[in-house]
Design a protein around this ligand. Structure first.
Ligand SMILES: *[C@@H]1O[C@H](CO)[C@@H](O)[C@H](O)[C@H]1NC(C)=O
Ligand SMILES: *[C@@H]1O[C@H](CO)[C@@H](O)[C@H](O)[C@H]1NC(C)=O
Ligand SMILES: *[C@@H]1O[C@H](CO)[C@@H](O)[C@H](O)[C@H]1NC(C)=O
Ligand SMILES: *[C@@H]1O[C@H](CO)[C@@H](O)[C@H](O)[C@H]1NC(C)=O
Ligand SMILES: *[C@@H]1O[C@H](CO)[C@@H](O)[C@H](O)[C@H]1NC(C)=O
Length: 374
């Protein structure tokens, strides 16, 4: 990629990616928790979201040639993930013993027998009809499902059959880009007042999937937006908005308010869809804890970008993203929470996945691995 193309891609990336009351623990089998798989079958997972769970969709869609150091800690080459290695969704797939999800738009080397990933970097819920808003991602899923069933009708092999679609788990992690966009333009009260249309989109997505036979949903709340170097690097008059860990209180308050509303929406959907299982997991306390209690996780620099520019305190420059040629990454990403100022490192993602898998932050407290252990 030329320097100009790299800079353009880097600019596009940074612009786009700006990105309880608890039920008793579920006991017993997968069937008891509402999930069911045919004997001997493997779990099927469909994912919808933004760059937090994009396993290469945007890179495929736009023809982006992401370069190292993306992917260096694991694959070890760029895969279209905005990370030095695995994303949270990759660790969740590992825990289910299924292969990493192939992006729906990736033409070569994809394998959809365990599901598909519709998540795309930069995606938001609104506006709903632009690529690749949540609504579009759900339409893509319906397209995928119809083509798969059509192949099977023709006696050919489709990746997933009707029962597979019905039993699959449908995971959604979106809202971060919506909330961030609001926060960059409006004062706090007006931001919170604009949550209902965002939540209505998530509700609509679940309802459309439900009316098409999906019964198992797993919805993630958003993270600690106020601890992201990209937000902390915005010039401010004084530090009165910083909390004891150095994060922006206003951003975090908005994230918490969004998650409270999203958790409430999941409660509402649960009463409406009695034969569905809807798990809500709040990612805010998990991600905030990584910063607040960073030494416990082996992180030295919770508010510094690993692959960034400018040095302390945040090592983040709006004009020089991770993919800019003169930017070099830190030596050891496992000491950092933030990979590129917006996205977490693989080391942080591993801890986020552990938090999700603990079910401590979920309602109801169903374990992901109770879902279809073949
Ligand atoms: C994981 O799946 C593979 C097949 O892909 C199987 O051979 C292996 O036994 C499974 N492991 C566990 C722990 O279920
Ligand atoms: C796709 O993945 C499934 C499950 O991991 C595996 O059994 C199958 O062989 C794979 N297909 C191809 C063409 O690699
Ligand atoms: C799937 O959802 C779409 C949008 O809500 C709806 O128009 C369609 O009838 C549904 N299909 C089935 C088979 O329920
Ligand atoms: C800090 O800045 C905010 C506005 O950003 C202002 O309301 C507040 O009064 C300032 N505090 C001090 C101590 O200057
Ligand atoms: C930090 O860890 C302590 C002990 O585990 C916990 O009680 C506290 O809630 C954590 N702080 C944050 C902000 O997550």
């Amino acid at each position: 990629m030329s320097a100009a193309a790299a800079a353009a891609a880097a600019a596009a990336v940074s612009a786009l990616l700006a990105v309880s009351a608890l039920a008793p623990p579920a006991s017993g089998t997968a069937a008891a928790s509402g999930f069911s798989c045919r004997p001997g079958s493997r779990p099927v997972l469909f994912n919808f979201g933004d760059s937090n769970s994009d396993t290469g969709g945007m890179a495929a869609a736009k023809g982006w040639h992401l370069t190292r150091p993306e992917g260096r800690a694991f694959f070890p080459r760029p895969t279209g993930r905005f990370c030095d290695g695995r994303l949270t969704i990759d660790f969740l797939c590992e825990s289910l013993n299924i292969s990493y999800l192939s992006p729906f738009l990736k033409a070569l080397g994809s394998n959809y027998s365990n599901g598909a990933n519709f998540a795309i970097a930069g995606a938001a819920t609104l506006p709903r009809d632009v690529p690749f808003a949540l609504h579009i991602q759900v339409q893509e899923f319906l397209y995928f499902r119809d083509r798969s069933l059509e192949l099977i009708d023709q006696g050919l092999s489709g990746p997933i059959d009707a029962q597979g679609f019905q039993n699959a788990l449908y995971m959604i992690d979106i809202g971060q880009n919506d909330v961030n966009a609001l926060l960059s333009n409006l004062p706090y009260d007006q931001v919170v007042a604009k949550f209902p249309p965002i939540l209505a989109e998530i509700k609509d997505a679940v309802e459309v999937l439900y009316s098409n036979g999906s019964r198992n949903f797993w919805i993630h709340g958003t993270g600690a937006l106020g601890c992201l170097p990209q937000k902390l690097a915005i010039p401010r008059k004084n530090d009165s908005d910083l909390d004891q860990y150095g994060c922006l209180k206003t951003y975090n308050r908005a994230a918490v308010a969004f998650n409270t509303a999203l958790g409430g929406l999941c409660d509402e959907l649960r009463t409406q869809m009695k034969d569905a299982t809807i798990v809500y997991t709040d990612l805010f306390p998990i991600k905030y804890d990584l910063v607040a209690n960073h030494s416990k996780y082996g992180f030295d620099k919770p508010l510094m970008t690993c692959c960034g520019y400018g040095g302390p305190p945040y090592n983040y420059d709006f004009k020089k993203g991770c993919q800019t040629p003169e930017v070099s990454a830190c030596d050891d990403g496992s000491k950092f929470v933030s990979w590129d100022g917006v996205h977490l490192t693989e080391a942080a993602n591993a801890n986020v996945a552990a938090g999700i898998l603990s079910s401590q932050f979920s309602k109801p407290k169903i374990k992901l691995n109770q879902f279809c252990k073949a």
